[in-house]
Design a protein around this ligand. Structure first.
Ligand code: KIV
Length: 277
């Protein structure tokens, strides 16, 4: 029997009921299956895949084509979670028309349930147009990795009253434009709490403290599969890289010394049959 799909109404209800919302990134079929089976509410096919899956040094180079490819695999592995496809850099900034067209590819080709895009008040018109086309949009403010260079690097945002006020206004504008959810990345906990209290739509924090309506982490950070750097807000629940390294070394040794494959991994043939070959 198929599991029931998470809906926007249920996500809103969780906020009203004070029930925390869970979000996890996934970029491929087996991970999507694991995340979905764990009962995580929402899956983000984040453009972080540029770094953790494709080895780029930032999220900027990933293309719509590459994102769609990964989104399709995630959709094949997902039954219940609400899936958000992340729109990559320059797929929504050039014009409103282009943004709607590209959002449409995530929705119509990859069959994602929604899209996410980075940016504050300046993106309100783009959000409004995509929502008008019938595609749910998740906003993303605070530290926005696609434009980290403009922010002078990967730094906590909204630390002083003036920049905090701007972020609060961005949150209001994105809600007013029709966003169904807002990711708050790397902002002080008190600011995240203030935004969360004021908005009717759920907020999902990453490095934004405990008072957001939900939390998101990058899967590769959570399971220890990305070793280049670990931001302060990451909690590594398991460290798979050393375990995988150990398994690979053991495999190499066993192939070289002839202990793999053993009889239990081989197909037997009666010796008298073998003689007739
Ligand atoms: O791309 C991503 O994984 C993200 C999360 C860090 C929120 O945007």
């Amino acid at each position: 029997m198929e599991n029931k799909k998470m809906t926007l109404a249920e996500l809103n209800q969780k906020k009203r009921a004070g029930e925390k919302i869970t979000m996890m990134t996934a970029y491929d079929y087996p991970t999507a299956r694991l995340v979905d089976e764990a009962g995580i509410d929402t899956i983000l096919v984040g453009d972080s895949l540029a770094m953790v899956m494709l080895g780029h040094s930032s999220t900027v180079p990933v293309t719509v084509e590459e994102m769609i490819h990964h989104c399709k695999a995630v959709m094949r592995g997902t039954q219940s979670a609400f899936v958000i496809g992340d729109m990559p850099f320059l797929s929504y900034q050039v014009s409103v028309e282009k943004a709607v067209e590209n959002a449409g590819r995530f929705f119509k080709e990859a069959l994602c349930d929604s899209v996410k895009l980075e940016g504050g008040s300046e993106m309100a018109d783009v959000v409004r147009a995509i929502v008008r086309a019938g595609i749910p949009v998740c906003g993303h403010i605070g530290l926005t990795p696609q434009t980290a260079t403009m922010l002078s690097g990967f730094k906590v945002q909204g630390k002083d009253a003036e920049s905090a006020r701007q972020l609060l206004q961005s949150a209001r504008d994105l809600e007013e434009a029709g966003a169904f959810m807002l990711v708050l990345e790397a902002i002080p906990d008190l600011l995240a709490a203030r935004i969360t209290e004021e908005l009717k739509i759920p907020t999902i924090g990453i490095g934004a403290g405990k008072d957001c309506d939900g939390q998101v982490l990058v899967y590769h950070d959570l399971v220890g599969l990305f070793e280049r750097f670990t931001p302060k807000f990451v909690k590594r629940y398991v460290n798979l890289s050393p375990m995988i390294r150990e398994a690979l070394l053991q495999y190499k040794t066993e192939v070289k010394n002839g202990t793999f494959p053993g009889p239990e991994h081989s197909f037997v043939m009666k010796p008298e049959e073998a003689k007739k070959i």
